[in-house]
Design a protein around this ligand. Structure first.
Ligand SMILES: Cc1cc2nc3c(=O)[nH]c(=O)nc-3n(C[C@H](O)[C@H](O)[C@H](O)COP(=O)(O)OP(=O)(O)OC[C@H]3O[C@@H](n4cnc5c(N)ncnc54)[C@H](O)[C@@H]3O)c2cc1C
Length: 278
């Protein structure tokens, strides 16, 4: 049971959603968007979050699109992980989302919710980051299309109230050689100890990480090291581990030392897999 009362709204357009959000916020209300609702329901039942009003965004047409148009794959932020996997336009993304939670929960979780919710892993971001995707965001200043990588690195405060509308992927990335590897502590279905998605664009490997730090990330600095063929695999992997841009997590799933060990094994696997692909 949810122990607090809240108002429920189901706006039908992007414009109405943003105006309603601003209006309620200006009245001092705590407002949340409601995609799949998995995080909202779980956390509100445990009294970990509170909202005066929720805006159910599932009825907005732009958020429910998943199609290829003019050499771009457009994925609405309200599309569920199940639908993304079933349509399978982008095999790296399909493979990644199939390892998030179980089938029942995948049927509810939306890709927008996975990327902006408060659970740190955000694994669905990795394929989108490594494919240089764009994001379409709406807020009181209008609708802006920007590079996901730039948006990803902005402060949370600067993103407050943003409605994520769509992700846009250039079709040339969809069928590049790819690898997705996820390691968990015990079960196959669990939060990641480390999850990595990578694709090979020409001679260059693009790579993103989740579970390693408290933020999912893609680092161009790490990619430069990974793609430096003048040094041995062993040395490259050693340097990458030194250059992880955020603090490596130490928690019940694994120590920092164990994660470093695991990371080196996973990187070896990925380098070998792409080498076999040549
Ligand atoms: C059992 C379980 C297992 C999980 N396992 C994993 C895992 O292995 N790996 C992983 O990466 N994640 C995992 N997750 C995290 C999950 O992907 C997130 O909790 C995600 O938020 C759920 O999406 P939702 O659509 O249900 O979000 P909701 O509960 O609807 O919303 C969550 C938050 O996102 C915001 N939001 C939602 N959509 C939008 C939008 N379009 N624009 C702006 N803000 C929006 C809401 O305001 C809210 O703050 C797991 C979650 C559960 C419940």
């Amino acid at each position: 049971m949810i122990a607090f009362d809240f108002d429920y709204y189901k706006p039908e357009t992007v414009h109405d959603t943003i105006s309603l959000y601003e209006d309620l916020k200006n009245k001092g209300k705590k407002v949340m968007y409601y995609g799949g609702g998995t995080e909202f329901i779980t956390m509100s039942r445990m009294n970990n979050i509170y909202a005066d009003a929720i805006l159910d965004i599932k009825g907005i047409p732009e958020l429910n699109i998943c199609k290829i148009k003019e050499e771009k794959l457009i994925i609405g932020a309200g599309v569920t992980l199940t639908k993304i996997a079933e349509l399978d336009f982008f095999p790296l993304l399909s493979k990644t989302v199939k390892r998030i939670a179980d089938h029942t929960v995948q049927d509810k979780i939306t890709i927008g919710g996975n990327l902006v919710g408060s659970i740190i892993y955000k694994e669905a971001a990795l394929p989108l980051l490594v494919s240089n995707s764009d994001i379409l965001v709406g807020n009181k200043d209008g609708i802006q299309r920007q590079k996901l990588m730039e948006y990803w690195n902005k402060n949370l405060k600067d993103k407050e109230g943003d409605l994520i509308i769509q992700f846009i992927v250039d079709t040339r990335y969809l069928h590049l050689p790819y690898v997705h590897v996820k390691r968990t502590k015990n079960e196959k279905i669990d939060y990641p100890l480390i999850s990595i998605a990578a694709l090979k664009d020409g001679d260059r490997i693009n790579i993103g990480f989740s579970g390693l730090c408290d933020k999912a990330f893609r680092s161009l600095d790490i990619e430069d090291i990974l793609n430096d063929n003048s040094i041995s695999d062993k040395e490259r992997i050693h340097r990458i581990i030194q250059r992880v841009p955020y603090e490596i997590i130490e928690d019940i799933y694994g120590t920092c030392k164990y994660r470093k060990f695991m990371l080196s094994k996973m990187l070896e696997e990925i380098v070998d897999e792409f080498r076999e692909d040549i």
